[in-house]
Each structure stands twice: as C-alpha cells, then as structure tokens.
Design a protein around this ligand. Structure first.
Ligand SMILES: Nc1nc2c(ncn2[C@@H]2O[C@H](COP(=O)(O)OP(=O)(O)OP(=O)(O)O)[C@@H](O)[C@H]2O)c(=O)[nH]1
Ligand SMILES: [Mg+2]
Length: 213
C-alpha cells in the first residue's frame, strides 16, 4: 500500500497526564486495528500513521499522542486542530490525572473536535488506591462535556476495542454518501485520491450536480 493511497484520511488525538497509559493504549489499538505505515517520536508528540481497511474502504488514520509532560501553555489546542476525534485519558487510580484532564478538555473547546471520549485507564489498580475515581464521578465529567465514558485496562487490550469501535464508527457514520468535500468540512475528514479518482465517486458527484441544473 502506498502511503497516500487511501479513500479517507483522519486524525485522532490522545491526551492525558504523564504515565496514564496513552502509549500502551495506542500500541493496543494500532496492533489490533490496521497496519502501521509510519511512526515518529518527538519531544511533544508520538505519532503513528495506520492504514485500516473497513468494508472495502481504506482509511489512513493519523494518531497523535500528546505527551503528558507537555505543559499546558494556552496554545496546546493547536495539536488538536483538524482532528476528527479526541480520546481524553486519565488514570482511574490517580486523582491528580483526573483533575488535569478537565483542564485539557476545556482548553480544547476552541477547536471543536467532533467526536470526544473520556477513558479511565488502569482500572485494575483502582482497588489498591485511596485516590481512585468512581465510575459515577467519571460519568458525570463526561456528561458535562457531552462525551461517552469508557473504563479500560490498556495492558489487557480487550477493553481497548469498545473505545476504538465507538470512536471509529461514530466518525464513519458521520460521512455522508456521496461524501462531498463541503459536507466533510469541520469533521476533520479528508478525501484521498483513491476515492476522488474512482469512477463511481465521480458519477455520484455528477448526479448531485445534475440536481442543480
Ligand atoms: N496496571 C496497569 N498499568 C498500565 C496500564 N496501562 C499502562 N500501564 C503502565 O503504565 C506505565 C505508563 O504507560 P505509558 O503508556 O507509557 O503512559 P503514557 O501516558 O504514554 O505516558 P507519557 O507518554 O509519559 O505521557 C507503563 O509502565 C505501562 O505498562 C493499565 O491499564 N494497567
Ligand atoms: Mg507515552
């Protein structure tokens, strides 16, 4: 597969305090859903580009893990611009990570990411911790910002699938048929040459154009 040979391109960001399990979670997603075609690590970001085939449609998904050590500085939201989805993660056994996640959520309101979820990771450690976050507390934070809440144990991998399924299917269900560029604006979804060059797509666009003649 060529790197730019896809139907749709999209970006998913994963945000949370240092050590909450973002990389572990990302590893579980990228090893189970698709094939990594590129990966890069810098002081601020850990990025992976994955080719994922779903129902004969090839998606190029750019995952951006925003490192927890990155200080929130007022322009943090720029990493999230153009994203289709944001996964906000905290460590369910560590209250300080829960308190920080709300700060990032509010800071990010500026970029209006269409799909957002809250993930409480490391639920396997909750019983050993006095600062655990209860499920109801996490759900009320998620509701406050119009998000779904998921509990996860990224080490176990199985709890990663429901988060991925929810995020991916919500993005895919928002794609109109046929997907005209103007209808995709604001969804963070970019059309690839594999779709644009297909006869079926071009005919569908002609059908739409004929409606306005
Ligand atoms: N017990 C437990 N440990 C976990 C879980 N998820 C991740 N870890 C461990 O937590 C540690 C930190 O995980 P990372 O994935 O590196 O955390 P991160 O959020 O990427 O950290 P930064 O990139 O430094 O911000 C590692 O030792 C992981 O093995 C989990 O669900 N349960
Ligand atoms: Mg990491």
């Amino acid at each position: 597969m060529e790197i730019d040979d896809y139907h749709f391109k999209l970006k998913i960001v994963i945000i949370g305090d240092k050590g909450v399990g973002k990389t572990t979670f990302l590893d579980a997603i990228t090893s189970n859903f698709g094939k990594i075609v590129e990966s890069e690590q810098s002081n601020e970001l850990n990025t992976r580009v994955v080719g994922y085939l779903d129902d004969n449609t090839l998606f190029q998904i750019h995952y951006w893990e925003i490192l927890g050590s990155l200080k929130s500085s007022g322009y943090f939201y720029r990493y999230c611009l153009g994203a289709s989805a944001a996964i906000y993660m905290f460590d369910a056994s560590k209250r300080s990570s829960f308190e920080k996640v709300e700060k990032w959520i509010t800071e990010n309101e500026k970029c209006d990411v269409p799909v957002k979820v809250l993930v409480g990771n490391k639920i396997d450690l909750m019983n050993n911790s006095k600062t655990s976050i209860s499920k109801s507390e996490a759900i009320s934070l998620a509701r406050k910002y119009g998000m779904e809440y998921f509990e996860a144990c990224a080490l176990g991998e199985t709890s990663v699938a429901p988060v991925y399924d929810y995020v991916f299917s919500t993005i895919v269900n928002s794609i109109p048929n046929p997907p005209t560029p103007s209808q995709l604006m604001g969804k963070g979804i970019i059309l690839g040459k594999r779709l644009i060059n297909s006869t079926k797509y071009q005919l569908a666009l002609c059908d739409i154009a004929s409606l306005y003649e």
